[in-house]
Design a protein around this ligand. Sequence first.
Ligand SMILES: NC(=O)c1ccc[n+]([C@@H]2O[C@H](COP(=O)([O-])OP(=O)(O)OC[C@H]3O[C@@H](n4cnc5c(N)ncnc54)[C@H](OP(=O)(O)O)[C@@H]3O)[C@@H](O)[C@H]2O)c1
Length: 554
Amino acid sequence: RLAFLLRLACARLELFGGFTLLRLGLDDARLAFLLRLACARPELFGGLFTLLLLRLDDELAFLLRLGFDRLELGGLFAFLLLRFEDDRLARDLACFGGPSTAIAGGSPDPMPGPIESAAAASGLRVSPKRATITSRDAPAILRRPAHPIIRALCITKPPGARCRPPGGGAHWDCDPGELRPFLAFRRIIGRRPPRWAAGAIRIYNSSPMRAAVLTTQGQPVAANVELREWHDVEPGPGEVRVRTEASALNHLDLWVGRGVPGADLEFPRISGSDGCGIVDAVGEEVDAAWEGQRVVLNAAVMADAPPRPGVTPTSGVPAVIGEHSHGTMAARFLAPVRNVLAIGDADPVAAAAFALSHLTAWRMLVTRARLRAGQSVLIPGIGGGVALALLGIARHFGCHIIVTSRSPEKLARAQELGAHAGVLDAGEDFSREVRRLTGRRGVDVCADSVGKAIHGSCLRALARGGTFVTCGCTTGPDATTDLARIFWNQLSVLGSTMGDMAEFRAVTSLFSSGALSPVIDSCHTPDAAPAAYARLESGEHFGKVVIDWRSGAS
Ligand SMILES: NC(=O)c1ccc[n+]([C@@H]2O[C@H](COP(=O)([O-])OP(=O)(O)OC[C@H]3O[C@@H](n4cnc5c(N)ncnc54)[C@H](OP(=O)(O)O)[C@@H]3O)[C@@H](O)[C@H]2O)c1
């Protein structure tokens, strides 16, 4: 049956819906084999998540269903749930909250020896409280054949053992849109979820807050934005909770509202990938010194990839806060502590407006295109947040900058901000004008986020040996390219997505020193969130659209 299932998973990943659920009564040897296989060939298991269900009881079945319903509760890679020895189950399960959670181990008390000795043998640190090992460490452990940790995790909860909620009482005060796990539990088990599970379902166990909620998928997105009460959230291990001072919109908020192709997003949900605010709670394993700090978010939760000398970081971005999990368009948001930077007394509106667009632009120009002072740079669609960040960085490098826009007013404003020339994009080939402006040579770098509508013009505007770098395709992904031009003119075509914390630190230091600053189109109160989305959706904006949560925030 296992062989059949694995073959089926290989042949028809979609049957497994992004997950593979193997419900098998395996002995240790088979389990070890399966774990090694999951590590070596995750694609056989049909997606990011591998769930191995082993000798489950009803409560664990419920929690696994929860993992299905709410991806952000799950881990990134392998997510092993095994029965636990005692009533610490609920606390152990609370560690699903972070994107790095991979293995929730049993209570350390009954089985301290095997887990700790396995961890010591692997050079790992095991939390004395929870015996939890994060995904960064999981492959290393699981690659070892029949490693003792595997056996250490195969423990069973004695029949009749009771589980208590971690941290006391909980109430079941559900938003209708958040009822799915609850209903799933009822469907499976035929009764209410046990109270102890509330600790694992953090979203239910809290007081309400205000959030700009995308009520349903559709276009125009602004029509589906409502300021609503939403259940507050508690930080999981490795996370901070931020009281939002300001959050900024990106085009990504519109993609989320329209429904990102390939991502099965559930609504209602909270978008928002730019945020700045004060840390008001920290999860386990986070230094309490973070509390009270003003932080700015890097929404890209990167896959861990060991850095290699001289190699551009290209690790994937498996999770984006605001896309794969609830985002910053709320009075509070959660983030892994490693995704925030303390920014002292910086203006929160400016910090929120700065972060994602400048991080993206930095990776495009500095990391990927290896921009040098004096080069010429073409930036299409200059009214956009990323385009204006590109303008600031190119100006900082002392480049010669040409911008395009569909609007003469935006061209004039960009020139006030340091662009050397503007070319009106009237829906026709603008490369001739760019070539005229560069003495027929063309530009060294074209940094584009507009996509299909102007792709041909961008390629034709490049000098021999020039670089086209893209981070987005607002007008569509299916552009017609010109391979002959690419090889004959020896062009480089590069992709770029967001950036890691080293890049975030580098670009944010220029914000802190005043060398770079965001262009802000408009700043709205939370009540005007629909208008903010509408402003971005209109395409009339010039720079970032921000929501200031300090105005009457709950
Ligand atoms: N990969 C990543 O890490 C990453 C990160 C951030 C953004 N992105 C992507 O990059 C793109 C831009 O993001 P953003 O937040 O800067 O968006 P934005 O603020 O909405 O800007 C989009 C700009 O594109 C231009 N534009 C729109 N429709 C156009 C058309 N039909 N023809 C020519 N130009 C057009 C407009 O400039 P004018 O009005 O001046 O013509 C507009 O201001 C989005 O697709 C986004 O998803 C990717």
